[in-house]
Ligand binder design. Structure first.
Ligand SMILES: [Zn+2]
Length: 178
C-alpha cells in the first residue's frame, strides 16, 4: 500500500472530524523562517501527526516532528548539531472564547471552521517554538575542544582584544589632557 503524499494544505476542522493523519517529510530548506533562525538546515523534518476529536469534544492535531538543525553554541561559538523532537498538541479554536476554554494540554490553533492552513506553516511554527533560546553544548568539554581549534584563528582574538585596547588608549588620552 502506498502512503498518501503529504498535502500542501489542510482544513484543520475537517481533518479532525475525519480522524485524519499527516505523515511525511518536508525539506527544511523549504521553511524560510526556520532556515533564517538557524545556522544550517539542510535536512528534512519527519512529520507524524494525527487529528481527531477527544473525549471532551476538543478537535486536536497531535503527534511528533523530528528534525536536526545546526546552531551556534553561545559559549564557544562553535557549531552545534541540535536534534529537534517536538511533541505537537494543538487544540483547534475558532475564536478567543474557544481558546480560553481549551484544556492546558493543548496549544491553541486559532482558525475559522472552514479555514485552510499550509502544512509547511504549521510545521515551521512548531519547530521555531522548539528552538532553544540560548543553545549550548551539553558538555563544557565539547566547547573546550572546539575552543582549541578556534584559538588558531587570530582574527577572533584580535576582535576580542580590540575593545580593551581602545579603552586603554582612551584612558591614556584623558590622563594626558589633565
Ligand atoms: Zn560550545
Amino acid at each position: 500500500m502506498q502512503t498518501p503524499a503529504l498535502p500542501e494544505k489542510i482544513k484543520p476542522w475537517r481533518i479532525a472530524a475525519e480522524n485524519g493523519c499527516l505523515n511525511g517529510k518536508l525539506a527544511l530548506a523549504t521553511l524560510p523562517r526556520l532556515t533564517a533562525a538557524v545556522d544550517r538546515a539542510d535536512g528534512i523534518v519527519a512529520i507524524a501527526l494525527t487529528a481527531g476529536i477527544d473525549g471532551q469534544g476538543i478537535r486536536f492535531i497531535k503527534g511528533v516532528l523530528r528534525a536536526e538543525v545546526a546552531l551556534t553554541c553561545q559559549r564557544c561559538l562553535g557549531l552545534l548539531s541540535w536534534p529537534l523532537e517536538v511533541a505537537v498538541s494543538l487544540g483547534l479554536a475558532r475564536d478567543e472564547a474557544n481558546i480560553a476554554r481549551l484544556p492546558d494540554e493543548y496549544e491553541p490553533l486559532l482558525i475559522a471552521e472552514g479555514g485552510s492552513l499550509a502544512v509547511a506553516d504549521l510545521v515551521e511554527d512548531e519547530l521555531l517554538l522548539a528552538l532553544p533560546q540560548i543553545p549550548r553544548h551539553d558538555d563544557l568539554r565539547e566547547c573546550a575542544a572546539l575552543g582549541e581549534v578556534r584559538s588558531g584563528e587570530p582574527a577572533l582574538d584580535a576582535e576580542r582584544r580590540q575593545p580593551l585596547a581602545a579603552l586603554a588608549s582612551l584612558l591614556q588620552d584623558s590622563k594626558r589632557s589633565h
